[in-house]
Design a protein around this ligand. Structure first.
Ligand SMILES: C[S@@+](CC[C@H](N)C(=O)[O-])C[C@H]1O[C@@H](n2cnc3c(N)ncnc32)[C@H](O)[C@@H]1O
Length: 246
């Protein structure tokens, strides 16, 4: 069920490789791998990603883990399958997915920001818990927490080998600082092979939660969590699933 997903993940998904490129994720993915290895003993071998999108992080992590990539959007899974044909891909909502098996580590990158209420965020954490083996670790990497959010703009885009090109501007802002939401407005210029150009506006609504809320909900889900700073974001949440007491 992809109703409500932004256009970039549905009707515009084939343009995604021209918006972000795997190279942009290499250093970050190496850092995530280091954190997973340090938090998990023995070092993790199997990895489940929730909201894996076009599979950019996975394109680097797959050399080190046996990966299962999941996403709500069939169109984004198609993009990721082209980049990561050797990985298992499964369609599913991170709030409700139940594969009936566990992994050494569960990873949720920026897709976690599409959880726009505490109830949804906790549901995603419970999914991570259900798929994490005892003594395994779940990593949640939201771009922002409530305390650290600042309005920002960025831009980029690529020329594709297929003759299409994309340029975008992303504008993050917080229309109502008293709630748990913020907004990213994307404006994309899409140039087709025949040279024609069109403009698309796509609004993404993100959840914005305090560090206290993150840690509280992770504890309620059953994890032993900690927050750490990393070079790309104010807070990365590292959540260990404790072994059940006898
Ligand atoms: C920015 S992309 C993720 C990109 C990814 N971090 C990478 O390394 O390429 C965000 C993804 O979250 C997915 N998503 C949004 N809500 C979801 C949900 N409830 N369950 C699973 N995936 C979801 C979207 O379909 C989209 O593919």
């Amino acid at each position: 069920m992809t109703r409500g997903l932004p256009k970039l993940y549905t009707e515009l998904a084939s343009w995604m490789p021209l918006l972000t490129a795997p190279e942009e994720y290499a250093e970050e993915a190496a850092f995530f791998r280091q954190v997973m290895n340090e938090a998990c003993s023995p070092p993790p071998r199997t990895l489940l990603e929730l909201g894996s999108g076009g599979g950019n992080n996975a394109s680097h992590l797959k050399a080190h883990f046996q990966m299962t990539l999941t996403d709500l959007s069939p169109a984004m899974l198609t993009v990721s399958r082209a980049l990561n044909p050797e990985c298992e891909h499964v369609e599913g909502d991170m709030r409700t997915l139940r594969l009936g098996r566990t992994f050494d580590t569960v990873f949720v990158h920026d897709a976690i920001e599409y959880m726009t209420s505490e109830a949804d965020l906790k549901a995603a954490m419970l999914t991570a818990y259900a798929h994490c083996r005892p003594d395994g670790v779940a990593l949640f990497a939201p771009d922002d927490t409530r305390e650290h959010f600042a309005p920002a703009t960025e831009h980029g885009g690529y020329d594709g080998a297929d003759g299409r090109s994309l340029r975008y501007l992303e504008w993050n802002h917080d229309p109502d600082p008293s709630d748990d939401l913020c907004v990213a407005d994307f404006v994309c210029l899409l140039r087709e092979r025949d040279g024609s150009v069109r403009v698309e506006h796509d609004r993404h609504q993100f959840g914005l939660f305090s560090e206290e809320a993150w840690l509280r909900l992770l504890r309620e889900a059953g994890f032993q969590p900690k927050a750490m700073a990393d070079p790309w974001r104010a807070r990365l949440f590292v959540a260990v699933k404790p072994r059940a007491r006898m």
